[in-house]
Write a protein that binds this ligand. Structure first.
Ligand SMILES: [Zn+2]
Length: 251
C-alpha cells in the first residue's frame, strides 16, 4: 500500500507549529498573539509593542481625511476623490515591507496591511462621522503587468480589508485598458496625460452605490486613483474615499 500524505492534517500541523515559533518581524521578540483593536493578525508577524509603535498618521488631527492637511491638499492638485485615508507615511518599516511584498513575494504581508487598515479605519470612525460605504474596489493592474507579476497587491489588500469589515468588494468592475509607461519621474501634468482613458468599467454600477472606498498600496500623486474616481463619478458615484497603506509625503 502506498503511503499517502494527508495534506489537511499536514497543513494544520505546519501552521500550528509556525504559530509557536513566530518571531516579531521588526524586533525578533517571540509572539503569542497580536491584537489590533480587537483584530487578530491571521499570522503573527509583529509583537504588540511594535504594533503600537508603528508610525501611524494621527487621524484625529485631520478629522479622518488627510486632504484636510494643507500640505497634502496642495501637493495633490486636480483630484477627483473627496477623502484620503492612509495608515502611515511611506517610511520604514512600511516602505521595506511593501518592497518585500512586491519583489520577494511576501504575500502574508497583505494580511498585515489589511488588518492595520481595518484597525485604523475603525478607530477613525469612533470620532468621525462619514457616509455609509456601499462598495470597496482596488486599483487594477493592466493584464500584461498582472501576467508578469502574477498578482495585484492592491487587490490582495482590498479583498481582505472588505472581508474583515463585512463590506461588498468587486474585483473586476474597473479594468486597466491602457498599459502605460511607468509613472516614475513624470510631473503631475505628464502623469494625468499618460493616464487619460487608461481605465474602464466592465459593467454598470447599481444606482444605490454612492460612496466607494478605492484601495491601493501606495499613493504618491494620487493621479491613478483620481482617474478611476473620475470614471466612477460619471457612473453616478457621489463620494470616493481613497484608502491606502502608505502615502508619500510632499517634500
Ligand atoms: Zn516587535
Amino acid at each position: 500500500m502506498l503511503w499517502k500524505l494527508d495534506l489537511t492534517k499536514f497543513k494544520s500541523y505546519y501552521l500550528n507549529g509556525l504559530k509557536h515559533i513566530s518571531c516579531c518581524d521588526l524586533c525578533g521578540a517571540k509572539i503569542n498573539n497580536t491584537d489590533l483593536l480587537g483584530y487578530q493578525l491571521s499570522q503573527a508577524l509583529l509583537c504588540q509593542h511594535c504594533i503600537n509603535d508603528l508610525p501611524y498618521f494621527d487621524q484625529n488631527v485631520v478629522a479622518g481625511n488627510l486632504l484636510n492637511w494643507p500640505a497634502i491638499y496642495h501637493a495633490l492638485p486636480k483630484i477627483h476623490f473627496e477623502r484620503l485615508f492612509a495608515v502611515s507615511p511611506y517610511i520604514y518599516p512600511f516602505n521595506h515591507w511593501l518592497a518585500q511584498m512586491k519583489y520577494l513575494g511576501r504575500f502574508e504581508l497583505a494580511g498585515l496591511f489589511s488588518t492595520l487598515l481595518c484597525a485604523q479605519w475603525q478607530k477613525m470612525l469612533q470620532t468621525n462621522i462619514i457616509e455609509p460605504v456601499d462598495l470597496v474596489l482596488s486599483v487594477p493592474l493592466h493584464i500584461k503587468k498582472w501576467q508578469i507579476r502574477g498578482y495585484n497587491q492592491a487587490h490582495l489588500i482590498a479583498k481582505d480589508f472588505a472581508e474583515q469589515l463585512s463590506l461588498p468588494y468587486e474585483a473586476n468592475l474597473v479594468i486597466r485598458v491602457k498599459n502605460n509607461d511607468s509613472q516614475m519621474g513624470k510631473t503631475g501634468h505628464q502623469r494625468r496625460k499618460n493616464l487619460a482613458n487608461a481605465f474602464a468599467l466592465q459593467y454598470s454600477l447599481a444606482s444605490n452605490v454612492k460612496h466607494i472606498l478605492l484601495v491601493d498600496d501606495v499613493v504618491t500623486t494620487g493621479s491613478t486613483a483620481s482617474e478611476i474616481s473620475k470614471l466612477l463619478k460619471q457612473a453616478g458615484v457621489e463620494t470616493v474615499t481613497l484608502v491606502t497603506v502608505c502615502l508619500t509625503l510632499p517634500k
